[in-house]
Ligand binder design. Sequence first.
Ligand code: ME8
Length: 656
Amino acid sequence: MSKAPCYVTTPIYYVNDQPHVGHAYTTVTTDFLARWHRSDGHDTWFLTGTDEHGEKVNNAAAGAGEDTQAFVDRVSGRFRDAWQALDISQDDFIRTTEERHKRVVRAILQRIYDAGDVYFGEYEGLYSVGQERYVGEDELVDGKLPEDRDPPVLRREANWFFRMEKYREWLREFLEANPGWIHPAGYRSEMLGLLREPVGDLSISRPRDRLPWGIGLPWDDSHVAYVWCDALINYVSALGYPDDPRYHTFWPRTWHLIGKDILRQHAMFWPTMLRSAGLPLPQRILVGGYLSGSDGRKMSKSLDNVLDPFELAHRYGTDAVRYYLLRIFPYGNDGSAGEAGLVERYNADLANDLGNLVSRSLTLVNRHLGGAIGAQRPGPAEREVQQHAGGLAGAVRSSIARMRLNGALEEIMQFVRRLNRYFNDQQPWALAKDPQARERLETVLYTAVEGLRIAAVLLEPAMPVKTAALLSALGLQPQSVRDGARWGLTPPGTRVAANPPALFPRIDVGGRPRNAKPAAQRSEPKPAEPPQSIPPKPMHEEPAVNDDNLITFDEFGRVDLRVAEVLTAERVPKTDRLLQLGIRIGDEERTVVAGIAAWYEAEQMVGRKIIVVANLKPAKLRGIVSQGMLLAAEDDDGNLALLEVPRDTASGAKVK
Ligand code: ME8
């Protein structure tokens, strides 16, 4: 049996300008909820779209010198493309210029009119075109709304009005009685505060001769609907109100996700309009905070401080952007967004914690189990992991129900870190060397792979592409949370990919290795592995410690460092820097050319015991074949000191 239907919506975005990461933030969050609920067995509908009427859009089209319809078609297309680029899984994309929407706007406004809640009047006030609403003097800072570029304009005109004030007391009582209706709670308090004072009536029309771009009122075609009355109705017009079965299935099982800039419209205009029209209210209004740009101000097209979602997705991959936005801060909070934060989060969680474990586990399965997952014979350590895994889906579900989305992902990552710890404790690379330990090896690798499978299933709503690739690398099909979150579903004998791709290659900024601390150090230090139990080198790109400025024991072990005695030294003719040294390493004599003549005279060198890299490929310098490289320390001021050992150290001694 399917669980309760679930309808999630984003705001419909104005098409006055291009989509940016602020919009992507709300859309990705809503997509995460939609994907989660679908995967968890709910009949789910996800709506997004574009808001195409109003003064702001009309002015933008005029400013661009384009026909208004052509302009909105073009920019609406950009939003559609952006959501495609971010793997947004909307079931419908509504545009307010569509006939299916206009029809419902007229029907709902007519119902409000028929309820006796509309009158014609005159109004004078300050109007913010940026926010498309009348504003109070008390809201202005330095003569304008903080999020606007331009000050509001004084407007006096005859409009149709909706008797919003009539519903104020009802709405206040509703909010008192339904504490979870607006989330987070601070925004509910803000609304309750507003509702303690008269809120006035709402102007719901604009004269067509001033603003022709809009939907004519059914009872007065010389006026078009105020853009917010038009836009809010999208949530039911897209469901095919009043007759379509979708409307009956999904309304009012609705979560509206919005930014805090449009709280008042969703928590005051919309419920009072619905009440007047006789429709039930949505279940929840979920209010997200602001992402600020590099200048610390709300990321906004009018402030020109935006990050481009296309560019980010292109540069870092869709799932990296999605994961970052979902993890950026707890839902409802404000914070700044930037590429550096994205890279840091990606490297810590995805490259180090997740990607590294995938790579290490699959390498061992391929190398020691012939590429097929074995059976599990769980002992106490495995039972602990299973217990953790068993409670995980429930914990994530309950976090999501409370809109702790960041927390939900953190719970999954904690499990991944737990798997890493388990893997390091069990040392499967050491088990692989012991023929008696085959059962343990199979069990440990089963546990790692099965844990990764569950993590992938639970992470799918955040990262649909990478988790599908991960499951495929594990030899598995996509799986839903409902069917796939239990332990032990992977049948022994499942063949993993022989050459799995590096799923989360580490991102370097500007091609340079970053000095960010590896995640394992950040959270729980990885135990150092003794040299005799070095894990086998992964067959693919990712090193065992996935940080490009770190090397593994066996990488270091490949460098053969030896003590060498300098037997002869002479300056290489016609150079300032080069000395030609005759050295002895054990029984072997070699020639080395070194760029140290600026610091050391030839005759100072003889007799010294220095350190050389003995297994360097020979190189020709000034016609002389150099068979090694000596080590020296150079400080920032360019002072150089040879590395030396006491003169009684045997030449040829290995440096460890
Ligand atoms: O308000 N940080 O459209 P809009 C976080 N058409 N979220 C941000 C953001 C930022 N810096 N910038 C934008 C409208 N958003 C109306 C909505 S709904 C019936 C009509 C997100 O294009 C956030 O969700 O101005 C905000 O509420 C929305 O975009 C506003 O988009």
